[in-house]
Design a protein around this ligand. Structure first.
Ligand code: COA
Ligand code: ZN
Length: 303
């Protein structure tokens, strides 16, 4: 039944690794991504074509794409911050990109050094060039449920930005709780308003588990018919320099819950744990995913 199909967008290699302070060798990133695809993930955000000084961890975006084996069933995508990034992505043969802005002006200014209005004008030619080159374009809206600088963000702010991204030509929107403050009540209130204005089939929800509410928030999304969720293998993500900040919703925890509820994702959880294990061996902290840690202990995998 189509309604029980859920799409997972695995953003660990990008949203996750961009926050890791230990530099991961390109070959290990490629093994990680191949293992994610082997586990059945069909949409994977591989890297980001930003200036290497902005995010040194992702400076090898070209090399990662070059080494990845093409798989007709897997959509590999990349984040691009500007036209320069798009040109690099096109040269690397990338078929799907993501652009990003936010629901709160101050956050956007800190992230990309322009106002929210400027960011929309800045991305307009990027989206139009990407579309005319035949690419799919995803638009991220960050800080929809709260901003580290401005605090509460109204539903209208995020929805208006999402509408403008659709007008620019984005195929899909990822609605982000960047700092992990949303509660199921916030998501409920937001969706009730948003679904009067935005097309359900083009909405993805992107939760961080900073305050332990990410999976509960997904449940609210499911009840409203959302069927696309972003997550990171092992729960990678979060800022290693901010004590207590935790990562994205973990793909393992999400899939475990979804399968138990009768939803189909196409992902093999045992294989996903093995993929996360490739990265666990590289980084300087434990992966926060609860499912991953339970499975690791059961299978006697080292930390
Ligand atoms: N890839 C490689 N080099 C790039 C680049 C890209 N995508 N974009 C710009 N550059 C280079 C330019 O060629 C220029 O080089 P030069 O000084 O040798 O001429 C230099 O970087 C500065 O370019 P400029 O256009 O002035 O960019 P900026 O310094 O104003 O940066 C952004 C603006 C948006 C590109 C930058 O703030 C950014 O990438 N932010 C993204 C942050 C991010 O990824 N956050 C996480 C995602 S949520
Ligand atoms: Zn995120």
């Amino acid at each position: 039944m189509a309604d029980l199909q859920v799409q997972i967008v695995e953003v660990g290699p990008r949203d996750g690794l961009q926050n890791e302070r230990v530099r991961i060798p390109t070959a290990n990133k490629v093994s990680f991504i191949e293992a994610l695809a082997d586990a059945g993930l069909r949409r994977i955000e591989v890297s980001s074509f930003v200036h290497p000084k902005v995010i040194p961890q992702l400076a090898d975006a070209e090399q990662v794409f070059q080494k990845l084996r093409e798989r007709p069933s897997v959509r590999y995508s990349a984040l691009v911050p500007n036209m320069h990034g798009l040109e690099r992505a096109l040269a690397a043969g990338v078929k799907e990109i993501a652009i990003f802005t936010g629901a709160s002006d101050t956050f956007v200014q800190h992230n990309i050094r322009m106002t929210l209005a400027q960011s929309l004008a800045h991305f307009a030619p990027v989206v139009s060039r990407a579309k005319s080159a035949g690419l799919s374009v995803r638009g991220y809206v960050s800080t929809v449920f709260g901003c580290p600088y401005e605090g509460k963000v109204s539903a209208d702010q995020g929805i208006s930005v999402a509408e403008k991204l659709l007008d620019l030509g984005c195929d899909e929107l990822s609605i982000g709780d960047t700092i992990g403050v949303a509660t199921p009540g916030d998501v409920e209130r937001w969706l009730v308003i948003a679904l009067k204005r935005l097309p359900l089939s083009r909405l993805a929800l992107h939760f961080h588990d900073t305050r332990g509410t990410a999976l509960a928030n997904v449940m609210v999304g499911l009840q409203h018919g959302v069927r696309i969720f972003d997550a990171t293998a092992g729960g990678l993500g979060g800022c290693p320099f901010a004590p207590g900040a935790s990562g994205n919703l973990s793909t393992e925890d999400l899939i475990y819950a979804l399968h138990g509820m009768g939803y189909a994702t196409g992902v093999d959880l045992d294989k996903l744990v093995l993929a996360s294990h490739i990265i666990a061996a590289q980084i300087d902290h434990l992966l926060p995913s609860r499912y991953y840690q339970a499975a690791r202990v059961q299978a006697c995998l080292p930390e």
